[in-house]
Design a protein around this ligand. Structure first.
Ligand SMILES: *Cc1c(COP(=O)(O)O)cnc(C)c1O
Length: 372
């Protein structure tokens, strides 16, 4: 006989998942009902309006894709990118690279605007790429690069993209609920996010939002969307408003209970207060880490409060420190990815994890480990 799996109690201070609020876990343990049950449809409508609240948008097409953030990324790209087209993709970390790879798989040509990892996207380089490629219709960039901890100015990027009559896809996986993100005010055309970063919810769903202009653009495609599952025209038969909801795929019912509760928590706190909490705790973390000789990698005006990269001091075995944190203190932090592998630690303060006591616990643990 096998025993049930009992996970250890960890403090999740890595790049995601972050700790889940107990109310979300409780919601997810409730009885499963049918995904076309009228009561479930009511829940879906509620989720859509709560998502509009956190995204700061009035977009009708705002819902949760069944799948993690990467599926949201792919949903935006496969719907907006036609084979043979060109797409400007900004790359300053892992997730920009992932977007480029999806664009290639869509049969399109990515025009990469590359920046150093740990820095914001360079606005001038972006504009130069659009200037040099007048046939581009779609652009894509990451708001909060979780692989480095750098924040980009997507408001200005969107302004420039529109000057060249291009649509914008913004990755807001680690910004939604964590830092100011104003979809309508900033004119972001399409965006995808994730549940497991700043929303205090487990992984597995991807909130997305599309404005009318984008929906129109998708309707006017010359070719069919390459993916059946992610084709917005089909998904909206289930998630869309007004029309009778029809079966598309079986929604992850209990996961959506969880998301609903997580969004309620943001609404109760107030989204501006959630942004402030992340900001305050991010600053405190940096101050505390600097006091033990661990300065942040990203410069202050481009630094994310919910994800701090710190350079590993010379002579320290970074993997050993992470293993000790996990095994002796039940704290998870992240390693560097790609070009930053072995060079940085990534410390997350996202969603329910973003609280003062976690900072104190981590800093004390690091002090003990590094002084031994
Ligand atoms: C985590 C993350 C993703 C991918 O989300 P998954 O849920 O891991 O698929 C995409 N973009 C950014 C910026 C992320 O932090």
């Amino acid at each position: 006989m096998r025993n049930s799996f009992i996970p250890p109690e960890r403090i999740l201070m890595g790049p995601g998942p972050s700790n889940v609020h107990p109310r979300v876990l409780e919601a997810m343990a409730r009885s499963t009902i049918g995904h076309l049950d009228p009561k479930f449809i009511e829940l879906m409508d509620d989720i859509k309006s709560l998502l509009k609240y956190v995204f700061r948008t009035e977009n009708e097409v705002t819902f949760a894709v069944s799948g993690p953030g990467s599926v949201g990324m792919e949903t935006c790209l496969v719907n907006l990118v036609e084979p043979g087209s060109k797409v400007v993709v900004c790359i300053n970390g892992v997730f920009g690279e992932r977007m480029k790879s999806i664009v290639e798989r869509c049969g399109a040509a990515p025009i990469a605007v590359e920046d150093e990892w740990g820095k914001a996207i360079d606005i001038q380089k972006f504009e130069n790429a659009l200037d040099a490629n007048p046939d581009v219709k779609v652009t894509a960039f990451v708001h909060a690069e979780t692989s480095t901890g750098a924040k980009s100015d997507i408001k200005t990027l969107a302004e420039i993209a529109h000057k060249y009559d291009c649509l914008t896809i913004a990755d807001t996986v680690t910004s939604l609920g964590g830092i100011p993100l104003l979809i309508d005010e900033w004119n972001i055309d399409a965006s995808y996010s994730g549940t497991q970063k700043c929303l205090s919810c487990p992984p597995g769903l991807s909130p997305v939002t599309f404005n009318d202009r984008t929906v129109e653009f998708i309707k006017n495609r010359k070719t069919q969307v390459q993916s059946w599952f992610m084709d917005l025209n089909l998904v909206l038969g289930y998630w869309g408003s007004g029309a009778k909801r029809t079966y598309h795929h079986t929604a992850p019912v209990n996961a959506l209970y969880g998301l609903h509760e997580a969004l309620l928590l943001v609404k109760e706190e107030g989204i501006e207060n959630a942004w402030d909490r992340h900001k305050r705790n991010g600053k405190l973390l940096v101050k505390e880490l600097e006091s033990i000789g661990l300065p942040p990698m990203v410069k202050e005006d481009e630094r994310l409060p919910e994800l701090t990269s710190i350079s590993v001091p010379a002579g320290i075995n970074e993997a050993e420190v992470r293993a000790k944190l996990l095994n002796e203190y039940n704290i998870e932090i992240g390693a560097g990815l790609g070009t930053l592998a072995g060079k940085v630690w990534r410390i997350g303060l996202m969603g329910y994890t973003s609280k003062e006591e976690n900072i104190t616990t981590l800093v004390n643990a690091l002090k003990n480990i590094l002084n031994n």
